[in-house]
Design a protein around this ligand. Structure first.
Ligand SMILES: [Zn+2]
Length: 209
């Protein structure tokens, strides 16, 4: 298949949404945790001693509690990505609050801490989501470079996805990836060595909001 090129959203607006400036590249993983693929991601990050942010879905947390504990205990950040990943439509204030609060609760029950970062499904904001985010004291975090990894369907696609990311990535980027994806390990196998060789990921550094 032909993959779409990585999408850039490096406008000042998205830069601001992406969070505090970083002097490296920040890796973020959405839609997990997955019982097999997330540990595969963690193994690879461990190998390079690199920390990332995982935006988890609250309804996947109870069945993957050990994985969430491992994310947290190994120094990665656990972020809020809602409870059920609702489609970005104009659902109401109450529903938005329940989605965010449900994820906060699910994570807190497993690691004893509530997330401090929030990323909306598909990165799309609605007024109720903004209100709920603020009300719960969460810091919004977007991305500046979308890997398009969810379209990968083969090892060739994975290599192509990683190569396109490597051609596009710059210092300061916040990269969107998905750990709920069977090919994410192969993508990282190409991505991480090269990012490390270029000095774009800094070993041992814990990401901050
Ligand atoms: Zn998502």
């Amino acid at each position: 298949m032909t993959l779409p090129a990585p999408r850039f959203v490096r406008t000042p607006f998205f830069r601001r949404l992406a969070g505090r400036k970083t002097d490296r590249v920040r890796l973020t993983f959405d839609d997990g945790p997955h019982p097999a693929h997330t540990p595969a991601v963690l193994n690879r990050l461990d190998r390079y001693n690199v920390r990332a942010t995982f935006f988890v879905l609250g309804n996947r947390v109870p069945a993957t509690a050990d994985v969430v504990r491992r994310i947290h205990s190994t120094g990665h950040a656990v972020g809020n990505h809602t409870f059920t990943h609702p489609q970005p439509q104009w659902f109401g204030f109450r529903a938005a609050f329940d989605e965010l609060a449900g994820c906060q609760q699910a994570v807190a029950e497993v690691i004893g801490e509530r997330p401090t970062l929030f990323r909306p499904p598909l990165g799309r904001w609605t007024l109720p989501l903004r209100w709920a985010c603020r009300r719960l004291g969460l810091t919004p975090m977007g991305w500046t470079l979308d890997s398009g990894d969810w379209r990968v369907r083969s090892a060739d696609d994975a290599g192509q996805c990683a190569a396109e990311l490597l051609a596009a990535v710059r210092l300061g980027d916040v990269v969107l990836l998905h750990d709920y994806h069977p090919w994410i390990g192969l993508i990282l196998d190409v991505l991480l060595p090269e990012l490390s060789a270029r000095g774009l990921i800094q070993p041992g550094r814990v990401p901050s909001a």
